[in-house]
Design a protein around this ligand. Structure first.
Ligand SMILES: [Zn+2]
Length: 493
């Protein structure tokens, strides 16, 4: 098993930086299709369109006591464009308003960078410098998108840990530190591709196993390891007699940008086709040498309990947390493929891990703990076997922490009228909740967004423009207090 897993990791690393919409991303999709075919599965590709954010220039200069020196940097995905020169402040020590300063922010494994970026923006900062935590001054990249915006309001750059230390030491010594930043970006239409393979079951209900294959750089721990695990499980189940439930294996695309692949799957398979999906298992960054901790997060569904205990899967994860806790910890988001599926009510389970080379150029095959990955193959194989024993009723119901949103949309002369009624899990109407409605055209191009607060009866009325541009068009409505606790997707045309 180790040799097969290593081969997948090396092949995927060899393809390179598999960003959604890139040539390497397309090669990766073709490779995955070939591997699934070789295992006897008939793969299919599902394409979606999204705004691709391309950085055409990113420079950073530090001015220390009047002396200028260039510093290597990397623009964060969905950074805003801009050109500025301003004093640098350490964000953790600064008192807002930042009055146009450049905020130096530490990478925080428990607070998503998109929330850090929003915090800098709200505090009046003009730019975010995100200090990496990786060894040897390596840059840790990633997306600062909160949702669907193609470019944020400020430039956001990643700097190495050593350069960040230089800035902090100069500031601590009372020296004047300024930064000159220039970021230029271009937006292009991009095409993402989910690669799927299905094994029919005795029954119609299906279990879905997914892993995102788009990466920053070689991306062996994030998420070559998840994909290697996925391919191994797919080949095993293909070689067996027909299972009780159908199995659908999905290699998602565009996770690193805005979780596009998971949302495209939600729209097509859950919302439009109403497929009887019992649960979705997401294999995210499951194995990395030097990981601080591995976690499992899952929706509160009875179906998980017995299979997890019998398969011993929990033994390989130090943390086993309710999915509802994830957005509370990470600043309002669930930073992996299943965010939309979870908010829409589908039973989900995801792995998570962090390694020292996460999102750097050195996230290569040698960084994956192969013995652990092989143990995970056995463990998830047993977990799937046990899930096959659970009756469908054990997967029913919604996560107790989720809300309900009733959404109706109708076209009027002055645009699209969206009426929303929000209840919590106990069906109590939620007053003063934040409701957000996003209208999309051409899959993932944001046409317009509207926000409102619910009244005392938990109702809100929102207005969006019409007509829709290019189909397919969707309306996504989310509601919550600090962060979305429900997301409803309506297909429009
Ligand atoms: Zn990932």
């Amino acid at each position: 098993v180790n040799a097969d897993l290593l081969r997948t990791l090396e092949d995927l690393a060899h393809i390179g930086d598999k960003r959604a919409g890139s040539a390497a991303g397309q090669r990766a999709a073709a490779y995955l299709g070939d591997r699934l075919r070789a295992a006897g599965l008939g793969p299919c590709v599902e394409r979606f369109h999204f705004p691709r954010h391309e950085v055409t220039a990113a420079t950073l200069e530090l001015i220390l006591d009047g002396e200028t020196r260039p510093v290597a940097c990397e623009a964060l995905e969905a950074s805003g464009a801009g050109r500025l020169r301003a004093p640098v402040v350490e964000f953790a020590r600064a008192t807002p308003p930042l009055r146009g300063a450049v905020a130096l922010v530490e990478r925080d494994t428990l607070l998503h960078r998109s929330r850090q970026y929003e915090n800098v923006h709200e505090a009046g900062g003009a730019c975010m410098l995100l200090a990496s935590a990786a060894p040897r001054n390596l840059h840790q990249v990633g997306s600062v998108r909160r949702a669907w915006e193609a470019a944020g309001p400020l430039p956001a750059l990643s700097v190495g840990a050593r350069d960040a230390r230089t800035i902090r030491e100069a500031l601590a010594a009372g020296r004047a530190v300024e930064a000159a930043v220039e970021i230029a970006i271009a937006l292009h239409p991009g095409v993402g591709q989910n690669v799927l393979a299905r094994i029919d079951g005795e029954r119609r209900e299906q279990l879905v196993v997914g892993a995102h294959y788009d990466t920053w750089f070689a991306g062996s721990t994030d998420n070559g390891a998840g994909v290697a695990l996925l391919l191994e499980l797919a080949a095993r189940w293909r070689a067996r007699p027909r299972p009780p439930y159908a199995l659908v294996f999905v290699a998602w695309d565009g996770e690193e940008l805005a979780l596009y692949g998971g949302y495209d799957f939600l729209r097509r398979h859950v919302v439009r086709a109403r497929e009887p999906i019992l649960a979705v298992l997401d294999l995210e960054t499951p194995s990395s040498h030097g990981a601080q901790a591995y976690g499992l997060a899952r929706s509160s569904h009875a179906a998980w309990e017995r299979p997890l205990a019998l398969a011993g899967t929990g033994d390989l994860f130090a943390v086993d947390a309710p999915m509802a806790m994830v957005p509370e910890l990470f600043g309002g988001v669930i930073p992996t493929d299943i965010q939309g599926l979870y908010r829409a009510g589908t039973p989900v389970l995801s792995t998570a891990g962090d390694g020292p080379y996460y999102h750097t150029v050195e996230d290569t095959p040698d960084k994956v703990d192969l013995d652990r990955l092989a143990a995970l193959v056995e463990s998830f194989d047993r977990l799937l076997l046990r899930l096959m024993d659970e009756p469908p009723a054990r997967f029913s119901g919604r996560d107790a922490g989720l809300w309900h949103a009733g959404v109706s949309a109708s076209a009027g002369l002055d645009g699209l009228h969206v009426d929303v009624t929000v209840h919590d899990g106990a069906r109590v109407p939620q007053a003063a909740a934040l409701v957000e409605a996003v209208l999309f055209h051409d899959h993932f191009f944001e046409t317009a967004t509207a926000r409102a607060r619910t009244d005392d009866n938990g109702r809100a009325a929102l207005r969006l423009p019409e007509p829709y541009a290019q189909p397919p068009c969707f309306l996504h409505v989310s509601a919550g207090r600090a962060h979305p606790l429900v997301e409803v997707v309506l297909p429009l045309v």
